[in-house]
Write a protein that binds this ligand. Structure first.
Ligand code: 3HC
Ligand code: NAI
Length: 697
C-alpha cells in the first residue's frame, strides 16, 4: 500500500482513506494506492463492501495538475476508475469538500455515493484547457442525461450536494463526517442486500443536436476549444459502446493536453495562486482591519466601499459636501441592491450594510477610528496632497493610508505626510466591487507590514492582488498606454479601429482597445492629450482625429457616440462613419498613403508592443515576475485566460520571432519601437519569461 491511501477494516467494510494533503490530488501514489486498496479489500476475508473517503478538508480535488505535461505513469486514472467499478464488492464514496475533475470521476466509478450537505462537485477541466479524461464524459451523461452533462462538462461549473442529488449524481445527503456517514451508509446497503451498481452498464443516454451544441460552445468560449471538445466526448457516450467512448474521450483529452491553450490555462491556475506569495512578506504580520475609510464617493470610491461592505467591513465614507455624500450613498445602495437582486446577500444583510456598517461624513474627525483609508478623489496631485495632509492629521497612529490613483507618484503623495511608511497605493479597477484585480503599489518607504496589510485586504475583498512598483501607470496602465499607441499607429497607417477591435476579439479579448475607449469615456484621454501636447517629443505620432469627435461632445458610450454609435438599449455599438472620414482626412493631411494590415499583423504588432513594454516593466522592477504581469492582464484587462497572459503568450509564440518582429518595426519607427534589453538578453541566452518565474520561485 502507498502512504497516500490508508487501509482499515471496520467489520465487513474495508475503508480506503486518502491522505494526500492539501487537496488529495490524484497523483501517482494515490492512484496506485487506490488500486492496491481495492485489491487488498477483495483478498481480505470477510470484507463485503469498500468505503472511500478523504482525510483533511476534502475528497479528491482532481488529477494532480503538476503531473500534466510530463510522461504519464501507470496506473492511469481512467484505468483506476474502471478498476474500482469492476470490484465485485459494493464500493461506496463518502464525499466532503470539493469532488472535482478526476475526483468526481472516481466517485462516479463507485457503486453508491453519499455526501455531506456542504460538498461540491464538478468537472472543471475546461478551465484548464482540457476535458474530463478519466471516464467522466461517459459516466456523467449515463447518470444525468445529456443536457445536464453537457452543461457541467462545457461550463466547468460546480454544483452543490442538493443539485447533485436532484440530478441523480449522488444517492444521499447526510450531515456528519465522511467516515461516519459513509460507514453507516455502507452498513445499511449491506443489511439491505443492495446490489453492486455500475454506471458504465447503464444504457447509453439519449442524443441531442451535437453539432448545434458544438457551435454554441465555441461561440460562448471566444475561441477556447476545450468546451467544444467536451461536446464531442459526450456525443461519444451516446454513439459508442462504453469502452470505445472512453477511448474517444482519452483521445480528445490527450489532443488537448498538447495544446498551447492547455499550457496557458494551467499557467493561469498556478500563477493565480503564486501571485500573492511574496518572499519578502514571509513571516510579516498584516495590521488588523475592521473599519476602513474611503475618501471620495464617485465611481471608484462607491465601488470600493461596496466591496468592503460586502466583505463585512465597516466603512466611513468622506465626501466634500453633504449633497455629494448623499450621492455617494445612492451609488453604494445601488451597487448593494444589485448584489441583493442576484441573491448574493439577504435583505437583512443589505439593510445592515446600508444603515449600520456605512457611515457618511464630511469631517475628517470621523476617520479617527478607522484602520485603513483609501483615497479615491479626483486624479489631481494637488487635491491628493490636501487629502493626505488631512489624513495625516486625523487618522490614528498605525492607520494605513492608501491612494487609488491610476497614475500619480505614490512617493510624492507619501512625502506630504509625516508617516510615509504607512502610505501605499491600492489601485482598484472599475467597477471596483466587480473587477478582481488590485494592484498593491509599494512606494520607497512603505513598511513591509503595510504591504502585507494591502494583500490581506485584497484577500478579504476577494481580489487577486499583484505587487507593483511606482511609475506612471504602475503595471497595467503603463503597458496599456504602449499597446494602445501601437493600435493608434496602425490606424494612421491604414487599419481601421473596427478591424483592430475585431482582430483582437477574434483572439479572445473581451473587447478591442477602441471599444474599451468608448466604455471608459473618451474625455479622459482627450484631457490628457491636451495636457501633454506642449511637452511632446516631435517624434511621437499622436492621432488627432478623435479629438474632433470629442470637440463635438461625443465621449463614447455615455453620450451614445464615439468610435462607435450606440443605439438606445443596445450595449454593442456600430462603427461611426464620421470617424472613418476624419481618419482619412488626417492621413491626407499627414501625407500618409494607407496600406493594408492583415488581422495577423495587427495582432502581432499589438502583442509585441504589450510584451516589449512588459519586459521593460520587469527590468525596472515595477513588476517582480512575468506572472505578475500576466495576472494583471487576466484580471484587469480582459486578456483571454487561455493564452495565460501576455508574457506566457510570448513564451508560447517563441521569443526570437517576437524580437525579430520588434526589430523590423523599429526600422520604420525607431522612436516607438525600442527592443527591451531584457527581451534581447532572454533571446541571446535561449531562455523564456517562464524561466524568470522559476528563478523567482
Ligand atoms: N493538483 C495539484 N495541486 C493542486 C490541485 C490539483 N488538482 N488543486 C489544488 N492544488 C494545490 C494548489 O496549487 C495549492 O498549492 P499551493 O498551496 O502550493 O499554492 C493547494 O493545492 C491548495 O489549493 P488552493 O489554494 O486552491 O485551495 P482552496 O482551498 O482555495 O481550493 C480547490 C481548493 C477548490 C480544490 C482548488 O484548489 C481547485 O479548484 N483545484 C483545482 C481542481 C481541478 O481543477 N481539478 C481538476 C483537475 S484536472 C483532472 O482532474 C483531469 C482528469 O479529468 C483526468
Ligand atoms: P469621480 O469623479 O467619479 O469621483 C471622485 C469623487 O471624489 C467625487 O465624488 C468628488 O466629490 C470626490 N472628491 C473630490 N475631491 C474631494 C475631496 N477633496 N475630499 C473628498 N471628496 C472629494 O472619479 P473616479 O473615477 O471615481 O476616480 C477617483 C480616483 O480613482 C482617481 O484617482 C482615478 O484616477 C482613480 N481610478 C479611476 C478609475 C476609473 O475607471 N474611473 C479606475 C481606477 C482608478
Amino acid at each position: 500500500m502507498s502512504d497516500a491511501i490508508a487501509y482499515e477494516r471496520v467489520g465487513d467494510v474495508a475503508v480506503l482513506i486518502a491522505q494526500n494533503p492539501p487537496v488529495n490530488a490524484l497523483g501517482l501514489d494515490v492512484r496506485a494506492g487506490l488500486v492496491a486498496g481495492i485489491e487488498r479489500a477483495e483478498a481480505d476475508e470477510g470484507v463485503r463492501a469498500v468505503l472511500i473517503y478523504g482525510d483533511g478538508s476534502t475528497w479528491f480535488a482532481g488529477a494532480d495538475i503538476r503531473e500534466f505535461g510530463k510522461t504519464p505513469k501507470e496506473p492511469y486514472l481512467p484505468d483506476v476508475c474502471n478498476r474500482i467499478e469492476a470490484c465485485p464488492l459494493i464500493v461506496v464514496s463518502a464525499m466532503h469538500g470539493t469532488a472535482l475533475g478526476g475526483g468526481f470521476e472516481i466517485a462516479m466509478s463507485t457503486h453508491y455515493r453519499i455526501a455531506v450537505p456542504k460538498a461540491r462537485m464538478g468537472l472543471p477541466e475546461v478551465h484548464l484547457g482540457l476535458i474530463p479524461g478519466a471516464t467522466g464524459t461517459q459516466r456523467l451523461p449515463r447518470l444525468t442525461g445529456v443536457p445536464a452533462a453537457l452543461d457541467l462538462v462545457t461550463s466547468g461549473r460546480q454544483i452543490n450536494a442538493k443539485e447533485a442529488l436532484s440530478l441523480g449524481v449522488i444517492d444521499r445527503i447526510e450531515e456528519g463526517t465522511p467516515r461516519d456517514i459513509g460507514l453507516a451508509y455502507a452498513q445499511e446497503l449491506l443489511d439491505a442486500g443492495a446490489p453492486r451498481r455500475a454506471v458504465s452498464e447503464l444504457p447509453a443516454p439519449e442524443p441531442v443536436d451535437f453539432d448545434a451544441a458544438y457551435d454554441a460552445a465555441l461561440k460562448k468560449s471566444r475561441g477556447q476549444i476545450s468546451p467544444a471538445y467536451g461536446v464531442r466526448a459526450v456525443q461519444a457516450a451516446c454513439e459508442l459502446p462504453f469502452a470505445e467512448g472512453v477511448a474517444e474521450e482519452r483521445r480528445l483529452f490527450l489532443e488537448l493536453m498538447g495544446t498551447d491553450q492547455r499550457q496557458g490555462m494551467i499557467h493561469a491556475f498556478f500563477s493565480e495562486r503564486a501571485v500573492g506569495k511574496l518572499p519578502e512578506l514571509k513571516g510579516v504580520e498584516p495590521r488588523g482591519i475592521a473599519a476602513i475609510g474611503v475618501i471620495g464617493g464617485g465611481t471608484m470610491g462607491a465601488g470600493i466601499a461596496t466591496a468592503a461592505l460586502l466583505s463585512g467591513l465597516k466603512v466611513v465614507m468622506l465626501e466634500m459636501t453633504p449633497e455629494a455624500a448623499e450621492a455617494a450613498r445612492g451609488r453604494i445602495t445601488g451597487n448593494l441592491g444589485g448584489a441583493l437582486k442576484r441573491g448574493k446577500i439577504s435583505q437583512d444583510t443589505h439593510d445592515d450594510m446600508v444603515n449600520k456598517a456605512l457611515t457618511l461624513t464630511t469631517d475628517y474627525a470621523g476617520l479617527s477610528d478607522v484602520d485603513l483609508v483609501i483615497e479615491a478623489v479626483f486624479e489631481d496631485m494637488g487635491v491628493k496632497k490636501q487629502v493626505f495632509t488631512q489624513l495625516d492629521e486625523h487618522c490614528k497612529p498605525g492607520c494605513v493610508l492608501a491612494s487609488n490613483t491610476s497614475y500619480l507618484d505614490i512617493d510624492e503623495i507619501a512625502a506630504c505626510t509625516k508617516r510615509p511608511e504607512d502610505v501605499i497605493g491600492l489601485h482598484f479597477f472599475s467597477p471596483a466591487h466587480v473587477m478582481k484585480l488590485l494592484e498593491v503599489v509599494v512606494a520607497d518607504k512603505t513598511a513591509p507590514d503595510v504591504v502585507a496589510t494591502g494583500f490581506a485586504l485584497g484577500k478579504k475583498l476577494g481580489k487577486i492582488s499583484v505587487r507593483a512598483g511606482v511609475c506612471d501607470g504602475f503595471i497595467g496602465n503603463r503597458i496599456l498606454k504602449t499597446y494602445r499607441t501601437a493600435a493608434d499607429h496602425m490606424v494612421l497607417d491604414g487599419a481601421t479601429p473596427y478591424q483592430i477591435d475585431k482582430a483582437l476579439t477574434d483572439m479572445g479579448f473581451a473587447m478591442g482597445p477602441f471599444a474599451v475607449g468608448d466604455l471608459a469615456g473618451l474625455d479622459i484621454g482627450w484631457a490628457t492629450r491636451k495636457r501633454l501636447a506642449p511637452h511632446r517629443d516631435p517624434r511621437e505620432r499622436v492621432p488627432t482625429y478623435i479629438d474632433k469627435v470629442c470637440e463635438a461632445g461625443n465621449f463614447g458610450q455615455k453620450t451614445g457616440k464615439g468610435y462607435y454609435i450606440y443605439e438606445a438599449g443596445k450595449r454593442a455599438g456600430v462603427p461611426n462613419p464620421e470617424v472613418l472620414e476624419l481618419i482619412e482626412a488626417e492621413r491626407a493631411e499627414r501625407g500618409i498613403t494607407p496600406r493594408d494590415f492583415s488581422d495577423d499583423e495587427i495582432r502581432r504588432r499589438y502583442m509585441a508592443a504589450m510584451v516589449n513594454e512588459g519586459a521593460k516593466v520587469l527590468e525596472e522592477g515595477i513588476a517582480r515576475r512575468p506572472l505578475d504581469i500576466d495576472m494583471v492582464f487576466l484580471f484587469g484587462y480582459g486578456f483571454p485566460r487561455y493564452h495565460g497572459g501576455p508574457m506566457k503568450w510570448a513564451d508560447l509564440q517563441g521569443l526570437p520571432a517576437l524580437l525579430d518582429d520588434i526589430r523590423s518595426y523599429a526600422k520604420e519607427d525607431p522612436y516607438f519601437w525600442q527592443p527591451a534589453p531584457l527581451l534581447e538578453q532572454l533571446v541571446a541566452e535561449g531562455r523564456t519569461f517562464d524561466d524568470l518565474n522559476k528563478d523567482a520561485a
